[in-house]
Design a protein around this ligand. Sequence first.
Ligand SMILES: Nc1ncnc2c1ncn2[C@@H]1O[C@H](COP(=O)(O)OP(=O)(O)OP(=O)(O)O)[C@@H](O)[C@H]1O
Length: 505
Amino acid sequence: MSAATPGDPTLELLAALAEVSVHAHTLPTIVTAAAGVLASHLPLRFFEFGHCDPTLSTADALFQGPDAAAPARVHRTLPGSLAQSALADGAPRLVPVPAAERLPDDLSRARAHGAVTLVALPLHAADGPAYALLALGPLTPAFPALTPPLLGALGRLLSVALHHASVLHRVATLSRRAHADSRKLRDELQRAVLPPDVIARSPAMQTLFRDVVPLLARQDTTVLIRGESGTGKEVVAGRIHALSLRAHRPFLKVNCGALPEQLVESTLFGHERGAFTGATQRHEGYFERAHGGTLLLDEVGDLPLAAQVKLLRVLQEGEIERVGGQTPLRVDVRVLAATHRNLEAMVADGRFRADLYYRLDVFPLVVPPLRERPEDIEALVPVILSRLALRVGRIPPRVTSEALARLRAHAWPGNVRELENVLERALLLSPGDTLALPATLGAGKRGPEVSPEPGRVETYEEASRRCIAAALAACGGKLYGPGGAARLLGLKPSTLQSKMKKLGM
Ligand SMILES: Nc1ncnc2c1ncn2[C@@H]1O[C@H](COP(=O)(O)OP(=O)(O)OP(=O)(O)O)[C@@H](O)[C@H]1O
């Protein structure tokens, strides 16, 4: 600095470099700005600039500065031996390049017009010592203006700029990492945290909801959700949709078992006006309405064979044809299918198409029956009671440990839906603040058979429920076919089904 006097061009040069150190935020911008300042204040016709880490041992590594964004040109062009000698004693200095030194093309061209000199400046960067190297050439009479004090001041200014750059670089890296971490955490949280009304306390359900469902949600494959009636297959399907990229698009559910046979196709695929008597207007089916989203085909085993063929075509080709329509329509729908039936047996009987079965069964998923996860019963009871009580404007009643033990001991052939029904009845029977369970929960007891209280005659409904539940429990929940509850009770499958519906089982 001693070389500078007010009005001196050297002072102006330092002031301009000070500006650089304040405003430049990355090493390349420091380099470019400093180079611009030097070029405008010193009549140099050529120079290059870079910084390097003297702790790296080989000459090549010497030019690989700690910042990957450092100007590559210097890294490539300055011979390592030359740079090492320029940086040898750690003091700011000018090193004339010997005439015999082999130089890269660009510096050789510069040397054709005069000598080339290196300027070595020790810098103090945030992450340890570094050096700035300037290759100057060809020299002009102004060159001696780069005196050692000026070089020292230049080095200090560049150190400050480099320090800023390095701190900013770290802040930017940390902020990028923090962003990525928070995104990851949010995703994990979304996966791990279930909505409060979805219960998964048992290990089996935790694995299902925390591991399997998020994994399936990320794919766009068909999933076949299996499990006894009322186990929560629709709840699982809803979570798959909610965690998928289709979450902001529709999630529709159609119960294939509840559709009148002659309307199955038009309900699923739509129909054109006049396609059949009564088709007074064009109608969009479930597939069209679910476009972009997810469609749950509940009770897929109940689809008539004709509709099965059409469904297979949609799954394979992504196209539907409205009933009475001529042109296929492209639809983008993720299909989830659910069933409580034994589809393998139905395929063997010819009631379900084998090709459709294999197409649906891409990823089979089984929701275990409630009797296999008593921990969930305990957690479900307060959630269901709160929901039911809220509906009728009551405070949820207290559940005694005896009541809970009874609920845990029951076999729940109708699973969570049956638990909901029992609790609804119990709530009606409990005007006070303690839940009173009905004398019989149903016939699906795991423990010793509990008969109605002595002296009380069972109602017809209670007896039917107990009888059906016992048959279902004996058949492991299987309704139809050999070893099914219908055969055991001597009923037609459709009769058993309608009785169960009537009883809310
Ligand atoms: N894990 C759960 N947490 C809270 N409620 C549940 C859970 N599983 C099921 N339920 C409730 O139980 C009832 C039946 O569930 P859902 O309709 O999903 O069963 P499903 O297996 O699809 O039945 P179906 O075979 O009759 O179609 C619903 O009211 C649902 O909200």
